[in-house]
Each structure stands twice: as structure tokens, then as C-alpha cells.
Design a protein around this ligand. Structure first.
Ligand SMILES: Cc1cc2nc3c(=O)[nH]c(=O)nc-3n(C[C@H](O)[C@H](O)[C@H](O)COP(=O)(O)O)c2cc1C
Ligand code: SF4
Length: 437
């Protein structure tokens, strides 16, 4: 508290917008101009570097790319590094069911660029990149137009380059991203050194999700106390989440952290039919049976009670008419196909669990299938160079825990599902064609 008061005494924080939305406030169908952005949020650059790090620490913002790591800790580690630093804004959004980062980049690109400029000021960076999947030209175009627009105002002396990255799930992993920008394959590299130690061009590199940087842009403008007016003491602020699956209006919603899942679904037009379960946190996430799901709050503290976490912010509604085991099998097959093909436990292990799960979904798995899957998952966990296999195994284990009845029915060749229509999106590859009932 005291450190922020120092910043406040030096210059009072302007009053920030009340309520929601925060990040998507200037949001329109097409990207906003820099002038319109300034009309909405006012000028940036309130906090100097020391003040900004203090404010970010006080705000308690955590990364929105999946792991929820405290942003200030990473920024301080990069700031302590030697020589000029590099910023990489991670807008890859490899998670197929997520649309939050592309929506933010398309509709509020200036907020992302403000966040990059402020973070660069805080850690001492001289260069920045924004990484966008090459299958999403609209995001890259919006960012490119915003960079050009700002140049006319003499904004951003920092060079910011938009880089397009292969549309693969692992390409957004931070070491893969750094390797790609350095001219290598978009595949995770062994760590250490981690990007914050030696990243792009061998420089200490801050890799931060684009949404995290947009929050930084607002904390730098309006201060930590404003940021904390939404959310809880431990998990303050707002978050962009994607309501997916069987809701009337699937899409991106900005919520106060702690919003009930049921309220998110209401904001997304309500469930389209009776629901059986909810997937929270995307394809590295957790299935929550419907009896526990609708009242749970979207914060990591509350989600822990049902074994879940917010992850990348995907909240997908599974209708009772769909088969949760078929959905799980399809996603596991996709994740197995998306490995970078570098580590045995990941490559062979994920292929085996995907095959076993497919057999269970088809109804021709043996009686020991659950024990077999659990044994395999123990062998795979924590054995890869990156967290890809750990995320896939977490998803698998949650299915084994959430759907005991369905597993029992499938072992006797029966399934309660009435529809084979896939609910969870698979962007490419053979898993896209799979369907069972
Ligand atoms: C397999 C894999 C894929 C990932 N894909 C993304 C991604 O598409 N976008 C993203 O922001 N973070 C992704 N991450 C997390 C990044 O490695 C990194 O932690 C994140 O960009 C840091 O930003 P944050 O601290 O602001 O959340 C991925 C991690 C793994 C293990
Ligand atoms: S753990 Fe899997 S995805 Fe990660 S680097 Fe190894 S093979 Fe690639």
C-alpha cells in the first residue's frame, strides 16, 4: 500500500471507468482509431517505470495466458536482467475454444500496444513483438493499422513488430514463441534458460499474454486501487472469458473475477438445452459435473473446490445430449496430434491415452480401462520439456473423475447421449472427423 501511495503523491491517479467492460470499452465492429481510443481511456503514460512496477505489484494482477503467474514477479525478474530487454506479447491463442485474445486484439489493439509500451518502460525493453497465429489475419491487420495510426501521433518510439506464428497448439508456449522469433521452429525448447533469462536475441525477454498487457495499460492509467474495485482481494480485476458450447450466444464476455458460471451463461443468452457438464479452463482444463458447475464462481480460489482453475478463460457448456467421453476422446486425440514431437512420454504417451479414450468412447474398452488410463497418466505427467502433456493429462483425469456413470455405461456398450454432434471445436487434423455415439 505504502509504495503506491508514493506514486499517488507524485501524481494522483485519474478516475477510471466504473463497472464493466474495462478492456472492451471502446469495442466496435471494427478496430478503434488511436484518437477514439484516447477519447475512451485518456492518455497513457501516467506511471514511470518504478511506479508502474509498484502499481502492478499492488494491483495483484496475474497472467491471463493460462497459468495465472503473478505479473510483477516476472516483470521484476526481467528488469533485473542485464542490458536491453525484449517484450513478447503473446496473442497466439492456440486454444481452439478461446476467442478472447483475438477479440481484444481486433477490437482494442491500442490497449495491447499501450500495455507493451508501459511494460517496456518498466523493465527497460528496447524492442517488442506481438505474436499472432497466422490463421488470424484480422488480428494482425488490426494491430498493424493501430501501430501505423500511433506513428502519426509520434507515439511508441519503441519498435513493435507483429509476427505471425504457425497455427499449432504448442506454438504459443513461451519458449516455442521465443525460438520462432529467433528463427527456429515454433517448438518448446528445454529450459533453463527461461525466456526471462535468455530469450529473443539472447536478451532477457518478458513474455506476457496480450490480455495481461491490456490490464497493465489500465493499471498504469488508473492505479491499483481502481483495478481492485472488481474481483476479490486475492484475485482482483476483470477477466475476458469465452462462453462456448451449448449457449445461445457463444462469445467473449468481460466479467468481474468471481462471477458465477450460471451468470456467465445467462449473459451469453442462457443454455440452449439441458446441460450435463461444464468444461472450465479450456483443453488443459477440468470437466465439472453440472450439479457443481452453475453456482461455482469463476475465480481460482472458488474453482479449486471443484478441482478446476480459470486457465485460459474458456467456459464451455456441454449439453446432456452430447457424450462427454466422445468429447474428451476427440480433444485428447487433437492434443496428441499437436505435440511438438520431441519428447517420448508426450508423443507416445498421449497417443496411447487418446487411443484408449477413443476405445472407451466407442464402447469397446476392456474392464481395466480406467486403471490403465490412470497408470499411463502417472507415467506421462511432468516428463515433457513443456507443460503440454501435463495439461492433457489434467483434462483426462478430470473426465475420469467427473463421468463415472458414463464410463460404466460405455463399458457395457451403452451411452446416454442422443447426439453425436461434436460440441468442442477441433481446428484441424484427423480428430476433427471423429464422432461416436
Ligand atoms: C502448450 C502450451 C501452449 C500455450 N499457448 C499459449 C497461448 O496460445 N497464449 C498464451 O498467452 N499463453 C500460452 N501458453 C502459456 C505461455 O507459455 C506463457 O506462460 C504465457 O504467455 C505468459 O503470459 P501471462 O503470464 O501473461 O499469462 C501456453 C503454454 C503451453 C504449455
Ligand atoms: S512435452 Fe510434448 S509438446 Fe512439449 S516439447 Fe515435448 S513433445 Fe513437444
Amino acid at each position: 500500500m505504502s509504495r503506491v501511495r508514493v506514486a499517488s503523491e507524485m501524481r494522483p491517479w485519474p478516475t477510471g471507468p466504473t463497472g464493466l467492460p474495462r478492456l472492451l470499452r471502446g469495442s466496435r465492429e471494427e478496430a478503434v482509431s488511436f484518437a477514439a481510443h484516447l477519447d475512451t481511456y485518456g492518455p497513457s503514460g501516467v506511471a514511470g517505470s518504478r511506479d508502474l512496477l509498484a502499481a502492478i505489484g499492488e494491483a495483484g494482477v496475474r497472467g491471463r495466458g493460462g497459468a495465472g503467474f503473478p505479473t510483477v514477479t516476472k516483470m521484476q525478474a526481467v528488469a533485473r536482467g542485464r542490458g536491453p530487454k525484449v517484450i513478447v506479447a503473446n496473442g497466439c491463442e492456440g486454444e481452439p475454444a478461446s476467442a478472447k485474445d483475438r477479440t481484444l486484439m481486433r477490437e482494442s489493439p491500442h490497449l495491447v500496444l499501450d500495455g507493451i509500451a508501459m511494460a517496456a518502460n518498466a523493465v527497460g525493453a528496447e524492442k517488442a513483438f506481438v505474436a499472432v497465429e497466422r490463421t488470424r489475419p484480422a488480428s494482425a491487420e488490426a494491430l498493424g493499422a493501430a501501430i501505423d495510426d500511433r506513428a502519426r501521433f509520434g507515439e511508441d518510439p519503441l519498435p513493435i513488430q507483429v509476427v505471425s506464428v504457425p497455427g499449432r497448439y504448442v506454438a504459443g508456449e513461451e519458449s516455442a514463441l521465443v525460438h520462432w522469433i529467433n528463427g527456429g521452429d515454433a517448438k518448446p525448447t528445454t529450459v533453463p534458460p527461461r525466456p526471462f533469462e535468455r530469450g529473443v536475441g539472447g536478451r532477457p525477454t518478458l513474455v506476457q499474454n496480450v490480455e495481461t498487457l491490456a490490464h497493465v495499460a489500465l493499471i498504469g492509467r488508473f492505479g491499483p486501487e481502481w483495478f481492485r474495485t472488481l474481483g476479490s482481494d486475492d484475485e482482483p480485476g476483470s477477466a475476458l472469458v469465452t462462453a462456448a458450447g451449448a449457449v445461445a450466444r457463444p462469445g467473449v464476455c468481460e466479467i468481474a473475477i468471481g462471477t458465477r458460471v450460471g451468470d456467465l451463461f445467462d449473459a451469453a443468452g442462457g443454455p440452449e438445452s439441458e446441460l450435463g457438464a461444464v468444461l472450465v479452463g479450456g483443453y488443459f482444463g477440468t470437466w465439472v459435473p453440472i450439479a457443481d458447475a452453475l453456482d461455482v464462481q469463476l475465480s481460482n480460489a472458488a474453482l479449486r473446490s471443484v478441482g478446476a482453475s480459470l486457465g485460459c478463460g474458456v467456459v464451455a457448456a456441454l449439453p446432456l445430449s452430447a457424450c462427454p467421453l466422445a468429447e474428451t476422446a476427440r480433444v485428447l486425440r487433437y492434443l496428441a496430434e499437436e505435440t511438438a514431437g520431441q519428447c517420448g512420454p508426450c508423443v507416445f504417451g498421449l497417443a496411447s491415452v487418446a487411443e484408449d479414450m477413443s476405445a472407451l468412447a466407442r464402447g469397446d474398452a476392456g474392464r481395466t480401462i480406467v486403471e490403465d488410463l490412470q497408470r499411463r497418466s502417472r507415467v506421462i505427467s511432468r516428463r515433457g520439456a513443456c507443460h503440454h502433456p501435463d495439461g492433457a493429462i489434467r483434462f483426462l483425469r478430470s473426465a475420469l473423475g467427473a463421468f463415472p456413470e458414463e464410463i460404466g455405461l460405455h463399458q457395457h456398450g451403452r451411452c446416454r447421449a442422443t447426439s453425436a454432434k461434436p460440441i468442442l471445436p477441433i481446428p484441424h487434423g484427423p480428430a476433427r472427423e471423429l464422432a461416436w455415439r
